[in-house]
Design a protein around this ligand. Structure first.
Ligand code: NAP
Ligand code: HSE
Length: 413
């Protein structure tokens, strides 16, 4: 019998509880798995699943001090107290399975070391890509390949929002509320909208793939909070769709560039056609070439499935995460030198802002396409460096009401 202490009974925790009880509690051909304690913040809260009161506790000590618990499944969210609970569980000789990307992105090495020193496993498949088994796949690919590129849609909430605005012309805030209700969004959804969630996920994947710890401060990150239907409509007129892309590149000189930005991507590309809460992850290995993984990136069942898969690995005594290494010493070179065409929308409130914005763009970019409608100016630039685009954006935001920009990607799968 494998005994689990479950930390958190929200969207993911409930999914784990249901899968374990329905598929692994009473089983004749496998070792049964039982959830013996569940930690929540508020015991009195009404819950949509049937659970005995005796199982629930508000005191973590009831789990960490329970010698019979083998695995702690940690699906609470945020940094503290979950980080402390994970560390205490590992130190107490319990295996840990978590879906917390914030903790893993910042503490991947120290937690894996702590697990190793205490002869237990730490697994976190559910932290990236929801139900897509991406971390175990990267571990397999790395056995023979050097990985030099990871790209993808890694946030279900924002992909859901972009899909609904594009297809149904719905309002941003209205779709966000729906994504929160379904359980895709983080407890604080600004983590999804401003890019922190996707940044943490690309840090985890790039750290593993490039064998170096990616510092979150070295990620170029922009949110999608001010994208409008007009941006999507304009992109469409030029044959593009707006998506929110995470990218990690390892260059030949062992320097890396990691970014999280909105992009315009050709309608016919594979990425353009990954919609709603689905994620896509493209991986370039030097032997295997480009590989593509698509699946549900958020939500109760997909995420809980990834958590339970990790539990089964632990139960079977398999710990591929022990193969992870972070000693390549690759350094960040940022993205300043990377050249792209850009789509820019400048919203102005009067003629002065309108005229100044056009002057500013023409001062910086020689060749561009321009159109305008109701005080909004839409530009498509020639190829310019990312650093030039950043300067241009700073100048435009000082003079106009609202500015959105996104690089244009023509060569992605
Ligand atoms: P959630 O619905 O907000 O649930 C959080 C659960 O943790 C709740 O049961 C809450 O207790 C409990 N909790 C929170 N803080 C606590 C504390 N200080 N002490 C005790 N219990 C506490 O969150 P979720 O969506 O399931 O996400 C959980 C984790 O999985 C997060 O790290 C998230 O980033 C990650 N994740 C989520 C998804 C997804 O699609 N939702 C996908 C992948 C990864 P109460 O019920 O009493 O409030
Ligand atoms: N809030 C996250 C998302 C949950 O929308 O992708 C899955 O990690």
């Amino acid at each position: 019998m494998i005994r689990i202490g479950l930390l958190g009974l929200g969207t993911v925790g409930q999914g784990v509880f249901e899968i374990v009880n329905e598929r692994f509690l009473k089983t004749s051909n496998k070792e049964p798995i039982i959830i013996t304690k569940v930690l929540v913040r508020d015991k009195s809260k009404k819950r949509s699943l049937q659970i005995s009161d005796d199982l629930i506790t508000e005191n973590f000590d009831d789990i960490v001090n329970d010698k019979d618990i083998d695995i702690v499944v940690s699906v609470m969210g945020g940094m503290e107290p979950e980080l402390t609970y994970i560390k205490r569980s590992l130190k107490a000789g319990k295996h840990v399975v978590t879906a917390n990307k914030e903790i893993i992105s910042r503490h991947i090495v120290d937690l894996l070391d702590l697990a190793k020193n205490n002869k237990v496993s730490l697994m976190f498949e559910a932290a990236v890509g929801g139900g897509i088994p991406i971390i175990s796949s990267i571990i397999q690919i790395l056995k023979t390949n050097k990985i030099n590129r990871i790209q993808g849609i890694l946030n279900g909430t924002t992909n859901y929002i972009l899909t609904k605005i594009t297809r149904e012309k719905r309002q941003f805030d209205d779709v966000l509320k729906e994504a929160q209700k379904i359980g895709f969004a983080e407890a604080d959804p600004t983590a999804d909208i401003d890019g922190y969630d996707i940044m943490r996920k690309i840090c985890i994947l790039s750290s593993i793939a490039f064998k170096t710890v990616i510092d979150e401060n070295n990620v170029h990150m922009r949110g999608i909070g001010n994208v409008t239907y007009e941006d999507i409509e304009n992109a469409g007129k030029h044959g593009y769709i707006i998506k929110y892309l995470a990218q990690g590149l390892l260059h030949d000189d062992n320097k890396y560039s990691v970014s999280v930005t909105p992009i315009l991507i050709k309608k016919a590309s594979v990425i353009s056609n990954v919609n709603e809460e689905n994620n896509i992850i493209l991986i370039q290995g030097d032997i295997i070439g480009e590989m593509c993984f698509i699946g549900k990136g958020a939500g109760k069942n997909a995420t809980a499935n990834a958590v339970v898969s990790d539990v089964l690995q632990v139960a079977a005594g398999i710990n591929d995460y022990a193969l992870l290494r972070f000693d390549s010493n690759a350094l960040s070179c940022g993205i300043d030198g990377i050249q792209n065409e850009y789509y820019i929308r400048v919203s102005t409130e009067n003629f002065d802002q309108f005229a100044k914005s056009i002057d500013i763009v023409y001062e910086s970019v020689k060749k561009l396409k321009l159109s305008y409608s109701k005080g909004k100016i839409f530009f498509i630039t020639e190829k310019i460096a990312s650093s030039e685009m950043k300067n241009l954006y700073t100048k435009l935001t000082q003079c106009a009401h609202d500015v959105f920009y996104a690089r244009m990607e023509n060569n992605l799968m």
